[in-house]
Design a binder for this molecule. Structure first.
Ligand code: SF4
Ligand code: SF4
Length: 443
């Protein structure tokens, strides 16, 4: 059994952070207060494929790593949270469960956002993470599939994080999931899927709900889950391009206080005090009488359901809440301490089916297979970002002209801060170094 401090050291030194989402350094989640580990294979964003594919391909590697982690941390149980709809993945996990008595499987419904940690924990354990708290406060640590795969490689192959599984889909010739070197450009990764099939393609980086529009020169990082290519006039593109000031004016004119955004809000349904319809009323009227409505914006998880699905006036509660919340943080305001209300009785009836979400967003035509292809990719040029995780950026330890090998550390974790190192993703020569990026070209 690996001792917990050694596990923390290996995970940190290998540069492992959450492979998706915000990229929280994984060593920070290895905590003796965790009594349960949950593997997050909800993958609830429409069109994404990679996590279920990796778990289907590497079930033993992932389960054995979770088992090792549980022993080191002192956890009583491990739950594999996977959607019942991912039948091949569920079968692959079942085939290995008998080898690991503390590991069980928890089947999730095909709803959005099943992968939000607070929702996931409630679905699998019945616990509610208090508003503003993190999972460890209810004794749970959540890791997604690729993160555990990266820990497996770090522990068993001494391989740091140099590559990322990315689903490339939408308007491309051959949708697929590839294992690509960090630091490749979006354009070069899309070429691996045969190139685009529309004029003026728009690149959505991440899922349709929480991803952002990017450009062809954007770089693959440790959190890049997907590139979805869409035509310019696609509904999702139009929604993502909305201007905040105009959105506020539209909200002033047409928010009818129907409360649909609150009725379907997944955090509100779990008893958290976020009520987007009240925020919209207060923000659009300029009223500051109810300060609590503004402070409660801290409890929005930015899932996007309110503005991508719920609002019948096509308004943007999430965007406005996010902007407001950012302003509070910038001014040093902290989330208030509040107890959750009881879970809403209607919750099970108000979860949003993925099929309906996909249809409403006009994504059904892109709901095709994107097979996992792990063939080696030769990249002639990468730009490795020093900040691919939450926390302080890595500090470069190479200079222009240095020769580096794939897997070699090129940036050290910042001292006395939450931080991670970065490693070369290809063999080559360092051609430029800045505080933000390290460029490597093959010789
Ligand atoms: S769903 Fe839209 S119109 Fe209804 S209260 Fe929320 S923001 Fe206003
Ligand atoms: S984005 Fe909207 S639906 Fe999601 S948690 Fe925030 S307010 Fe609720």
């Amino acid at each position: 059994m690996i001792e917990i401090n050694e596990l923390i050291g290996v995970v940190k030194d290998s540069g492992v952070c959450g492979a998706g989402g915000a990229g929280f350094p994984s060593y920070g989640k290895i905590d003796v207060r965790a009594k349960t580990i949950i593997l997050n294979c909800a993958e609830c964003e429409p069109l994404l494929r990679l996590h279920r594919q990796v778990l289907e391909k590497y079930p033993y590697e992932i389960l054995s790593t979770l088992y090792q982690m549980a022993l080191s941390i002192g956890c009583d149980q491990v739950i594999i949270g996977v959607k019942e709809a991912y039948k091949h993945t569920v079968e692959a996990v079942h085939a290995h469960l008998r080898s690991f008595p503390i590991i069980s499987i928890g089947l999730l419904p095909e709803v959005y956002p099943a992968g939000d940690e607070v929702v996931l924990i409630h679905e699998l354990t019945g616990k509610v993470v208090p508003p503003g708290s993190i999972p460890i406060q209810v004794g749970v640590a959540v890791f997604n599939v690729e993160t555990v795969f990266n820990i497996y490689q770090a522990l068993n192959m001494k391989r740091p994080v140099t590559h990322k599984f990315v689903t490339i889909t939408g308007e491309v010739k051959a949708p697929c999931t590839r294992y690509v070197p960090l630091g490749m450009t979006v354009e070069s990764v899309v070429a691996l899927a045969g190139g685009v099939t529309v004029e003026n393609p728009v690149y959505l980086l991440g899922g349709p709900m929480t991803g952002n529009l990017g450009g062809k020169d954007d770089l693959i990082t440790k959190t890049s889950n997907a590139i979805i290519v869409l035509p310019e006039n696609h509904l999702v593109v139009q929604k993502k391009r909305r201007n905040t000031q105009i959105s506020m004016k539209r909200a002033m004119a047409s928010c009818c206080q129907c409360e649909m955004c609150t009725d379907l809000c997944p955090r509100n349904l779990l008893g958290h005090p976020i009520q987007p319809h009240l925020f919209m009323r207060a923000a659009t009227s300029g009223s500051t009488q109810d300060v609590g409505t503004f402070l409660n914006t801290f409890f929005c998880c930015s899932c996007g359901l309110c503005e991508m699905y719920s609002c019948n006036q096509d308004l943007t509660p999430r965007t406005l809440i996010t902007e407001y919340k950012g302003g509070l943080r910038a001014n040093g305001v902290k989330p208030p301490k509040v107890e959750p209300a009881p879970v809403k009785k209607a919750r099970s009836l108000r979860r949003v089916p993925i099929s309906r979400l996909r249809a409403r967003l006009g994504l059904d035509i892109y709901n095709v297979k994107a097979p996992l292809d792990e063939s080696y990719i030769i990249a002639d040029h990468v730009r490795i970002k020093t900040s691919q995780h939450i926390g302080a950026p890595a500090v470069p330890i190479v200079k222009a002209g240095d020769l580096v090998k794939e897997g070699q550390k090129i940036g050290e974790a910042a001292e006395n801060a939450l931080s991670l190192p970065v490693h070369a993703s290809i063999d080559g020569v360092v051609t430029s170094v800045s505080a933000q990026e390290i460029e490597i070209k093959t010789r």
